[in-house]
Design a protein around this ligand. Structure first.
Ligand SMILES: [Zn+2]
Length: 196
């Protein structure tokens, strides 16, 4: 609270608008809307693992995070996700799906709407650590290092859940057909169970 108008520089006063306490300019009606910021992050799949970067900046110095960052107002969030990958892991990433949308509530700054994608390295792309990363690593999904942000932890959990829902490939489909000679009817193979 206690902000100034971006139009006339005058002090804002608190008013009730749409049942919310907001700061308003009494001179020209400017409203300081409390909007969330939008961020994008990508779970990049490479070598059977997940690409993470160890942060060289605060917050979360020395801890690991997904490539990602804030969406600019002229960007599609998917474009921002690809751009952030280029900045943080120096590689062209193809997005392959949406993992989910996450609300990250904050009290001392704008809350964040986080959009999490799944992606993979474009053909021939080689990664290297961008300036905000000390190093990059590719981790097995069940052996992840300390993650810098609870929101990225939630994205990874969502990713792992979606992988589990997809289920293992039904092995019976690929098994060779049993020889037809025995006269007794072959037992019906159990249907592959889908985890829900
Ligand atoms: Zn004003």
């Amino acid at each position: 609270m206690g902000h100034f108008c971006v139009n006339c520089g005058g002090p804002l006063i608190v008013k009730l608008i749409e049942n919310r306490e907001l700061e308003v300019c009494p001179n020209d009606g400017y409203v300081l809307w409390r909007d969330p910021k939008v961020a994008a992050a990508v779970v990049v799949e490479a070598d059977g693992g997940i690409v993470l970067g160890r942060r060289s900046i605060e917050p979360g110095y020395g801890l690991w995070c997904l490539p990602g960052g804030f969406v600019n107002d002229d960007e599609d969030p998917a474009q921002a996700a690809v751009r952030e990958c280029m900045e943080e892991i120096n590689a062209v990433v193809e997005l392959t799906g949406l993992i989910g949308i996450y609300h990250i509530g904050k009290t001392t700054a704008s809350s964040i709407v986080g959009i999490a994608y799944r992606g993979r390295l474009a053909g021939g792309a080689v990664m290297s650590a961008g300036p905000e990363m000390l190093e990059l690593g590719t981790f097995a999904p069940d052996d992840l290092p300390p993650i810098a942000f609870p929101s990225h932890r939630a994205v990874l959990d969502g990713y792992l859940r979606s992988q589990a829902l997809a289920g293992p490939a039904p092995l019976t489909a690929a098994a060779p057909a049993p020889p037809a000679s025995p006269p007794s009817p072959a037992p019906t193979p159990p249907r592959p169970r889908r985890r829900r």
